[in-house]
Design a protein around this ligand. Sequence first.
Ligand SMILES: NC(=O)c1ccc[n+]([C@@H]2O[C@H](COP(=O)([O-])OP(=O)(O)OC[C@H]3O[C@@H](n4cnc5c(N)ncnc54)[C@H](O)[C@@H]3O)[C@@H](O)[C@H]2O)c1
Length: 253
Amino acid sequence: MNLSFEKKVALVTGAGSGMGLSAAQAFAAEGAAVALVDTNESAVRTAAEKLAASGHKAIAVRCDVSDEAQVKAMVEQTVATFGRLDAAFNNAGIQSAVSEVADASVEEFDRVNAVNLRAVFSCMKYELLQMRKQGSGAIVNNSSLGGLVGIAGRAIYHAGKHGVLGLTKSAALEYASRGIRINAVCPGIIDTPMVAGMLASQAEAMKEMMRDVPIGRLGRADEIAAAVLWLCSPSASFVIGQALAVDGGYTVR
Ligand SMILES: NC(=O)c1ccc[n+]([C@@H]2O[C@H](COP(=O)([O-])OP(=O)(O)OC[C@H]3O[C@@H](n4cnc5c(N)ncnc54)[C@H](O)[C@@H]3O)[C@@H](O)[C@H]2O)c1
């Protein structure tokens, strides 16, 4: 099993918190130079400084991934700093309010999916421009259990997360024979600041969802990071276009 990222460069969006932060720390621990990307500049700066202080190579990049020009600049800054791009975890995402479709708005649809879907496309586009030049690389997109099943009241979020899997599978086929692997993770309910917010603001809906988690607990961010690192590593060299559920059994019921 080879999980080493020595001499490799990794980029993580949404690295200021939750699964993104955990994945960035895990990439660094395995030897990668890491670009930590987020709209929350102080969070990524603090995290990058901590990594640098313990001997890792890390930069913080302020970037709103829903803005294509910022995404282009962010990938270019990463490559200018570290010379290449070997792994990317397109993870930044936001939640949507619980609402049935008839009461939801196109403005909310566009707000959420500018980040959760369109930005994954933009990030892949600029990452792949670099990886295509290199003839190597691995990308993991963060979808969700919401990419695999529907839940009443969550159509806007689930539409974007299903879309991420469509992007993942189609792009995976384009690059499979050119040394670039693209996959997705589909986390279940993970104990992050996003879920803490949902537990507070959508207590009833969340209680109902939690009843459907066979393992009987929330997931941890490091359990998702472990899957992301494996998918980006040479150990997953034959894994292409998969949507890997890491969900405590939620989607196998
Ligand atoms: N927590 C869960 O249970 C869960 C389950 C399935 C999927 N997900 C997905 O996992 C991903 C990470 O979620 P998390 O729970 O770690 O959330 P989180 O809120 O803890 O972290 C998300 C990070 O993304 C950043 N971000 C938000 N919008 C951004 C933008 N436009 N540009 C750049 N950065 C931006 C935030 O500042 C934050 O640091 C999201 O895509 C989310 O939809 C979460």
